[in-house]
Design a protein around this ligand. Structure first.
Ligand code: CMP
Length: 225
């Protein structure tokens, strides 16, 4: 995916709900300062479903996908995560294993903090209520993506969100991943992407190109029912 700057013309209607938004820049900066930074190429597994929670990752650049695989082996793409998001805090705070796997979709820069340091950080900054709001925001997002309603609208919302977090006009996402995310068939995604060509959205091999983000945003901001 190209990583050239892409202005998100027409600000997103959704209030910022990344951890950086909810905790504030000062706390986020402190978290990053106390972590160590790493770059990863696309396609790298950052967190593995079922493993214990030994660390958390703050996303600084790029886009990663969160995928949960069922017992039968069927994957579901739960979310795309970009700068300002925290990953891996569920197992660290809950004491269980990772709920899902996280894999880079583009080149990603993350800040790594080990579990004991993160627990101390949360206590020192009294972040528990913030993390609770963060979890609720995520629940809302997942429910809106998969909870039924007009699929064209949900697809537009997903593509706009991806474009905003990656700040790119070429999105490294496949039809299968979009189908998993929105809980519809691959054929439905193919058909709807064709409809979105009126907004200059072009389906290419393993990527989607958005040539008129404001037009797509208008579809995303319309009442999807
Ligand atoms: N539905 C979801 N939406 C966004 N992120 C999620 C979702 N489920 C899990 N995650 C993140 O993916 C991480 C996987 O490891 P953890 O379960 O430790 O913590 C998880 C969260 O940070």
């Amino acid at each position: 995916m190209s990583d050239f700057p892409y202005s998100s013309v027409g600000a997103s209607e959704t209030p910022g709900e990344t951890l950086r938004d909810l905790a504030g820049e000062a706390v986020w900066d402190d978290l990053v300062r106390q972590s160590y930074e790493r770059w990863h190429p696309p396609g790298v597994l950052l967190l593995q479903q079922g493993e214990p929670g030994t660390l958390v990752l703050a996303v600084l650049r790029g886009v990663a996908k969160v995928v949960r695989t069922s017992r039968s082996g069927a994957p579901t793409l739960l979310a795309f995560r970009g700068p300002g998001e925290l990953l891996g805090e569920v197992a660290v705070r809950g004491g269980g294993v990772r709920l899902a796997s996280v894999e880079t979709l583009t080149r990603c820069k993350v800040a790594v903090m080990m579990a004991p340091e993160f627990t101390r950080f949360v206590d020192a900054h009294e972040l528990s209520p913030v993390l609770e709001r963060y979890a609720l925001a995520r629940l809302r997002e997942s429910t809106q993506a998969r909870g039924g309603g007009d699929v064209l609208h949900r697809l537009a919302v997903t593509l706009v969100k991806f474009a905003d977090i990656s700040r790119a006009r070429e999105l490294a996402v496949t039809h299968d991943e979009l189908a998993q995310h929105l809980r519809v068939s691959r054929n439905t995604i193919t058909r709807l992407l064709r409809e979105l060509e009126s907004c200059q959205v072009w389906a290419r091999r393993k990527r989607i190109v958005i040539d008129d983000l404001p037009a797509l945003r208008r579809v995303a901001n319309s009442d999807g029912g």
